[in-house]
Design a protein. Structure first.
Length: 243
């Protein structure tokens, strides 16, 4: 699947031509080696997706005719993964898998026990790296909507996000309440908080609980930071969007 910016898509509908340019066009022509007459999926990353037929392929540009157009409904509820920074690229693995499993927004979290630190220029560079991973994973899984990647949060900002959610969940190995079987809201944000390899501190658990977060367990096993969030999202999806 290829991405076309909403501004470039404009009001184009079935039968109209759209033009891919820049990196997307170069990837299509030089890497994937798309040829005239082939059919491809094109999305604006904001809900629109079209089966399209390639009309022209040239250096730095690909033109396609929209054959079938569909618009995905707004997600309801929205799944938001708050992923603590983790070493060994485990946080990036979590973000990539979460995108494939239906997350709608990803929030990087600088928790107390994070070994990895985003400071200064690293903060925006790290966010952009996650954004690139999310975009690539969304294209790979043919998602009509590319998940948002929010700015880095620390405790105060995370408390605000949790407090405004329709439901906020914190994964913790010592929790009593199982994630499976929870009643989910029909709308609003379902915020899922995943800590670093060192775990969430008691102080952080208390602070999040004070603004309404529910501490839950995923199962009897203790998962790595790279797999806990995606596994929980699979459970949440089964409880909501597939019902």
């Amino acid at each position: 699947m290829f991405l076309l910016a909403p501004a470039q898509w404009g009001a184009a509908g079935v039968g109209d031509l759209v033009a891919l340019t820049g990196p997307e066009a170069r990837h299509a022509a030089q890497v994937v080696r798309i040829r005239v007459g082939e059919r491809v999926l094109i999305s604006d990353g904001a809900g629109r997706r079209a089966l399209s037929e390639v009309v022209t392929v040239g250096p730095g540009q690909l033109t396609a005719r929209l054959l079938e157009l569909e618009t995905a409904p707004d997600p309801s509820p929205r799944f938001v993964l708050v992923q603590a920074l983790a070493k060994g690229e485990r946080d990036e693995q979590a973000v990539e898998a979460a995108t494939e499993l239906g997350v709608d927004e990803v929030v990087p979290w600088q928790s107390s026990r994070c070994i990895v630190q985003w400071r200064g220029d690293k903060e925006e560079k790290g966010r952009l790296r996650w954004e690139a991973l999310v975009t690539s994973a969304a294209k790979q899984s043919r998602r009509s909507r590319v998940p948002l990647v929010a700015p880095l949060v620390r405790q105060a900002a995370l408390r605000e996000r949790v407090g405004s959610a329709a439901l906020a969940l914190v994964l913790h190995e010592e929790a009593v309440i199982p994630l499976a079987g929870l009643c989910l809201p029909d709308a609003g944000d379902v915020v899922l908080v995943v800590g670093p390899e060192g775990g969430i501190t008691p102080e952080e658990l208390t602070a999040l609980g004070d603004v309404g977060a529910v501490v839950v367990r995923l199962g009897t096993e203790v998962l790595r930071s790279s797999s806990a969030g995606p596994a929980a999202l699979a459970v949440l999806n089964a409880a909501s969007r597939w019902r």
